[in-house]
Design a protein around this ligand. Sequence first.
Ligand code: NAD
Length: 478
Amino acid sequence: MYNEKLEMLIAGEYCQGSDGVTQDVLNPATEEIIAQVPHASSADLDRALQASADGFNVWKATSAIQRQAVISKAADLMIERIDSIAATLTLEMGKPFPESKVELNFVADVARWYGEEGKRAYGRLIPPRIPGARQMVVKEPVGPAVAFVAWNFPGTNVIRKVAGALAAGCSIIIKPSEETPGTAVAIARCFQDAGLPPGVLNVVFGVPSDVSEHLLASWIPRKMSFTGSIPVGKHLQKLSAETLKRCTMELGGHSPVIVFDDADIDKALDAVAGFKFRNAGQVCISPTRFYVQDSSYKKFVEGFRERAEALKVGNGMDDGVQMGPLIADRRLEVMDDFVNDAKAHGANIVTGGERMGNQGYFYAPTVMSDVPDNAKIMTEEPFGPLAPISNFSSFDEVVERANSLPFGLASYVFTSDGEKAAKIEAALEVGLVGVNHPFVSMPETPFGGVNESGYGSEGGTEGLDAFLRTKFVTEMGV
Ligand code: NAD
């Protein structure tokens, strides 16, 4: 049923780990073992490093137009194979099958966009001070890259690194999550089948801390890109420091939603309630702290409850399911902990607040009201289907509360007042602001956070720049 033969990809060849070590892959909806993912040995990782150095030499000498042709063909193959890859994604990650297809359409879209944008990695000419000189700024691929990504978007997290690197002319070694390996392997197959030269894309798995320590100690990768939690991001940045790799850090957040009295409350609810429970809340830009102005507060809480209770939760392969399980049992305990702590701080559990059933890692869509700012859920990223709601009175108060945490990824504002919107867009300490709608992630727009949510962007021209370096050339008399 699981639609992917799990092998690593090193130097253009699919392989098991040379030590024969593997790890179980579980379906989080059924807790069944669905596959074995191979672990790379040190020797395998060394082969991947050498392959990425060799692949880089070939790929950087390939024209941007030829690179785009390969990337675009890979995107076509992803769409051709979408039903099978989406089934793999749902079985290993849990999100509903239609949502997996939406993700994979986005994956192909990102690949195509980067492929095109790679043709526009322009330099520039700078007028000289010295007569007769010609001054040129040239963009070059930064070198072999290495990336580590989390399990919550098994396709998107992978393609944002891979397509950015390949479009810029870099090779890449990627270590996807061992919890969701099949989607990454299936995407890699699309690139290989599209004619990507050996070694340009390498996929490895293993014990995450061992793999990252080994790869980041090497001078071969010149760039490191990570999507995942803040503590792991900080650790990987330290490991990258010895060899001075450039880093992009796409880390966690704690996105405030600010609903002013002058907003259309029903439209605000329609925009954020479904979005809150998408991927069971396991989204770095998931709305996670709801601040609603006093006179709309009751209506908002009630509307959120109705929408949460109407959701169909279940196995993502079943028809009509809108929310699947959490990725693993460890996350159920974390959810209970958030809920119990909120209760102890005086919050009301409006709906949910507990595990659903005893098979699979399902947690009820949960709405809490009157949640004080010192409850753990208001200061730590829940990464699950929990919606804590609190009221506020004034503009200044809510801005201060929204900006009170060290995170700064996404934020959402609902208002019908253009002046207020402009003022709060400027005031929020974040990388992304959505006003009256939540769609802050597109292939062509920069995506990333500030402060503890990381730095650097993926998507947009900034996402390509992350894999380019700058060379200044000045010439005379030629
Ligand atoms: P985690 O930090 O243990 O793992 C996150 C990912 O990082 C995993 O896929 C893992 O393979 C990888 N990882 C862990 N240690 C690593 C290491 N030393 N070297 C290389 N890679 C390593 O967290 P978790 O329990 O799986 O997820 C929960 C938390 O992770 C959430 O609270 C959330 O903040 C964060 N998270 C963030 C994102 C995001 O998109 N920003 C995605 C997933 C998880």
